[in-house]
Design a binder for this molecule. Structure first.
Ligand code: 2IT
Length: 446
């Protein structure tokens, strides 16, 4: 493989697909060395095939808002890779959703899912539907219209969507309701992140954030440190940020910043349990702001227009959106003494930010390893649904912890450099890639 040549060809084929090209470039750079030691991969053109999705389904979603006005959105499902299992990955509702974004997410998902040790391929879907300011009834009608188109392309053994940005338990419920009505089967395994009285796994809402902190715990342990007393900055206030803040606090850290598109709340003494729970209210209000937290709680200071990365901390946890932490943010964090960063959002840091952290030799771990606990617990939900049983929270949590420990071990195995430093980006990319590549090789040219 020649990364430069591959990227030139890919850019010509998919001009302007910025996020997708960024995600592919990062993985190819990590795996180039080891790939070139495997002539059988080169012969089977594994890399040329692995960077292209198996197929993409696109559709129009028409629905009627509360005023009676007809709205038209775009819907997508990118079925990226099914070498090791049925397509699996979330659905994102956000006004900026486009094909580049969903291709990047589907590509990342393929390797992330491989890291979980569970048999899941990679997929992602979504719509440019903007949930901000929408009523429950509007969200329901949109979800129903979206599923009317998608339902024939998914199934418990073909493609299993879940939540992502803008899609939580409420949206999964509405989508499942319409799926069930159309399919005329009670196939709970078709979607994950369901309500816990009708097939949803215990711990799934917490899983991405909890898993991230289990990973961070092992990363810090390996470096001879731990979470106790650390100051943590978190971006976002959705489900993922909530789980991360909750587990970080439980493990003895202090969450000193949470941020939204409107600005940052700094909390000198760290978030309390009620403040953490309040994050869920902020998310379900559909307003996309954190400022109300400062009005509601004393000891919280809101600064408009600033990111969480402007607050002095030891550990940064981007939990919101891709490329939310850029080179300038990295410089500011480093100047303020940061020594560990774990991406909880998918591709949360720009390449410039990652380079700055790696050059500074601080601990840095990529999203596809850190946030894999979400989809891993979705995998555990699929298992429970297939067996028609429900496991207790302690059992799911213990399995989640074990999976995160195993992912950390895989990163160390594949990412340890000659000087003993662990390059977690290379480790995660190589471990995930090798598993998918080997499966593709064994399944022939398809
Ligand atoms: O990015 C992700 O891993 C998710 N949005 C969760 C996917 C899933 O299938 O649970």
């Amino acid at each position: 493989m020649n990364v430069k040549e591959l990227m030139t060809n890919l850019e010509a084929k998919h001009p302007g697909e910025k996020e997708y090209l960024q995600a592919v470039h990062e993985v190819l750079e990590s795996v180039e060395g080891i790939y070139n030691q495997h002539p059988e991969f080169e012969k089977a053109k594994i890399v040329e095939r692995i960077v292209e999705p198996d197929r993409i389904i696109t559709f129009r979603v028409a629905w009627v808002d509360d005023k009676g006005t007809v709205q038209t959105n775009l819907g997508y499902r990118v079925q990226f890779n099914s070498a090791i299992g049925p397509y699996k990955g979330g659905i994102r509702f956000h006004k900026a959703v486009n094909l580049s974004m969903l291709k990047f997410l589907g590509f990342e998902q393929t390797f992330k899912n491989a890291l979980t040790t569970l048999p899941m391929g990679g997929g992602k879907g979504g719509s440019d539907f903007d949930p901000i300011g929408k009523t429950d009834a509007e969200v329901m009608r949109f979800c129903q219209a979206f599923m009317c188109e998608l339902w024939q392309n998914i199934g418990p053994d073909t493609d299993v969507p879940a939540g992502d940005v803008g899609v939580g338990g409420r949206e999964i419920g509405f989508m499942y309701g319409m799926y069930k009505k159309l399919a005329r089967e009670y196939n709970t395994g078709v979607l994950t992140g369901k309500g816990q009285t009708w097939g949803g796994s215990k711990i799934r809402p917490e899983a991405t954030g909890f898993g991230a902190l289990y990973f961070v715990h092992h990363m810090l342990n390996k470096a001879g440190k731990d979470l106790k007393g650390l100051k943590v900055a978190v971006s976002g206030f959705g489900n993922v940020a909530w789980g991360a803040a909750l587990k970080a606090t439980e493990l003895g850290a202090k969450v000193v910043a949470v941020s939204g598109p409107d600005g940052v709340c700094s909390i000198e003494n760290g978030m309390s349990k009620v403040m953490i729970d309040y994050m869920l209210e902020l998310r379900s209000s559909n307003n996309n702001v954190v400022a109300p937290m400062a009005e509601k709680f004393s000891g919280v200071k809101f600064t408009a227009g600033k990111k969480a990365w402007s607050v002095k901390c030891d550990l940064a946890l981007p939990c919101a959106f891709q490329n939310e932490l850029n080179g300038d943010d990295a410089k500011e964090l480093l100047a303020n003494g940061i020594w560990a960063v774990a991406e909880v959002s998918n591709m949360g840091c720009t390449p410039e930010a990652i380079k700055a952290f790696q050059d500074a030799k601080i601990l840095f771990a990529p999203g596809k390893a850190v946030n894999a606990g979400g989809v891993a617990t979705s995998g555990l939900e699929m298992t429970q649904n297939a067996a028609h049983i429900s496991w207790p929270a302690e059992q799911v949590d213990a399995q989640l912890h074990q999976i995160m420990e195993d992912i950390h071990t895989a990163c160390v195995t594949f990412g340890t450099e000659e000087d003993g430093h662990v390059n977690y980006v290379n480790g995660a990319n190589i471990a995930g890639f090798m598993k998918v590549a080997q499966a593709m090789l064994e399944q022939g040219i398809i």
